[in-house]
Design a protein around this ligand. Structure first.
Ligand SMILES: [Zn+2]
Length: 122
């Protein structure tokens, strides 16, 4: 059994960094602890996967964000929240909300995710 520096049984985690996408490692079970890195469980990721996986992950994230944005557009409470809290000005420039550019959508979604009850409203 692998034990971390705090003396607890290590847990298996998965890295999603660009250099080690999907590679499992041993880590401290305490969330947010300063326990040092314990080592890899999986061998190094092959160069081809390092090249391909981050791009696939980005596409999945973009797709999920697109779906989330559609839900926000169809939810009056959430749109009101955006208009009140985020500020109507950047949105007023676009006659249809669906035309709001990607980077601004990302900023609005980031802000919305911090609002209480957001995930329950989706
Ligand atoms: Zn630990």
């Amino acid at each position: 059994m692998v034990v971390c520096t705090c003396g607890k049984p290590a847990v298996v985690k998965t890295s999603w960094t660009n250099r080690n996408p999907g590679r499992r490692f041993f880590g401290c079970p305490t969330i947010g602890s300063n326990c040092p890195f314990l080592g890899w469980l999986d061998p190094p990721i092959c160069p081809r996967s390092v090249e391909i996986i981050p791009g696939l992950l980005r596409r999945i994230n973009d797709f999920q964000e697109e779906e989330e944005w559609k839900k926000v557009l169809n939810n009056h409470y959430l749109m009101d929240l955006v208009l009140e809290g985020y500020g109507a000005e950047p949105i007023a420039e676009y006659d249809a909300y669906s035309k709001i550019p990607k980077d601004l959508r990302k900023r609005i979604l980031t802000w919305l995710r911090k609002q209480a009850g957001y995930y329950e409203m989706l």
